[in-house]
Design a protein around this ligand. Sequence first.
Ligand code: DGL
Length: 288
Amino acid sequence: MSTRDLSAPIGIYDSGVGGLSILAALKALLPAEQFYYVADSYHCPYGDRSATEIQGLALGVAHHMVDAGCKLIVVACNTISATSLPILRRRLPDIPIVGMVPAVKPAIEITRAGVVGVLATQATVRGALYLEVLQQYGGDTKVISQPCPGLVELIEAGKLDCEETVALISHCLTPIIKAGADVIVLGCSHYPFVRPLIERLAGPLVRIIEPSDAIALQTRRVLEREGLLTDAAPHSAGRTLFATSGAASVFDESVLRLTGIKSDAESLIWVSGSLRALSALPVASRCS
Ligand code: DGL
């Protein structure tokens, strides 16, 4: 069992705004907890990067969250989970880490057609974790893994239902629909923000699965198991601090647009593979 401060925040990490879909589910299920949301917007999107590069970034952000005093880390990103969960857990054995993998198992349980589509990033569908899940649960079901390059960028830009987004999603759905899939898994935490569009384009006979609630439940299970549920004073319940390695004003606008939350994000900066709060840097570094 961890000896961490129970009133410490839960760290949530994504390349950008995608993890906000998980944050909403966490806040609903764990209203007494505090949260620290970190977006590595400077390097977003992660999905087209190599596994080695993503692992380096994931370690940098996770170390920053430990230094910030988080009691648990939720990797609210399929791409980071698919490529980096084992290395994160190996290198940071003292903090519980909850990851996410595309919800292929529940999709396989409910498909009647025997065909399931998975929308995810390139790095996720190539990732070891995803391939393991397919091997373990795939069975006779035909699983069509469809990368959607460019979709994360459109969501980051707030283009949730414009012509370009409609064209991109239609293109990505074509092989899935042609194969007769009746279930589609949203295998990237950004994609719930375009769920209405995906539903419209896929048609009423296709069910959509997204994992936000399952991740929140798993987080609660881990907090209980580790004896880490909060004992914080009620006045701090639900408080969320935001931080980004990108332009804070752009991030704040996206958060407001997508969730209605005023984030007032702290600026972070990468220095030799480490992520630091800009305000904590010596003045000389800030001026360089
Ligand atoms: N939200 C991330 C995921 O779940 C986005 C990945 C990216 O930055 O490309 O995969």
